[in-house]
Design a protein around this ligand. Sequence first.
Ligand SMILES: Nc1ncnc2c1ncn2[C@@H]1O[C@H](COP(=O)(O)OP(=O)(O)OP(=O)(O)O)[C@@H](O)[C@H]1O
Ligand SMILES: [Mg+2]
Length: 102
Amino acid sequence: MTNLQQHYSLESNLLEQLFSRKRDVIKAVDGVSLELERGETLGLVGESGCGKSTLSRTILQLIPSTGGKVEFQGIDLTALSRDAVRKHRRQMQWYFKIPTLV
Ligand SMILES: Nc1ncnc2c1ncn2[C@@H]1O[C@H](COP(=O)(O)OP(=O)(O)OP(=O)(O)O)[C@@H](O)[C@H]1O
Ligand SMILES: [Mg+2]
């Protein structure tokens, strides 16, 4: 992925987002770039709230990214329709953390 971003807007609805002067955004993921080859494993470690889940959700495009690219097998998932992303997502897997082990 290249320069991936997930900026959460805190305004509750679209109208508020358009008209509020000061934009309240949480830059949960702000410019993450990394590359994984087939067979490689990457562990994402960090304190609570640092953006691990947000990054994972954004990689899977479960929430559309606010910037950057996610390339999976050479295809940019951020440029695809929801249906097309869903097909690729069949090859991806989300593991929930097991709190009792933490
Ligand atoms: N839907 C949302 N809207 C606004 N802010 C959010 C949303 N989801 C997460 N955040 C904020 O984004 C930041 C990153 O949260 P995230 O859940 O990705 O962290 P995490 O590393 O997975 O934490 P944990 O280890 O507790 O699971 C936090 O400041 C969180 O409050
Ligand atoms: Mg999390």
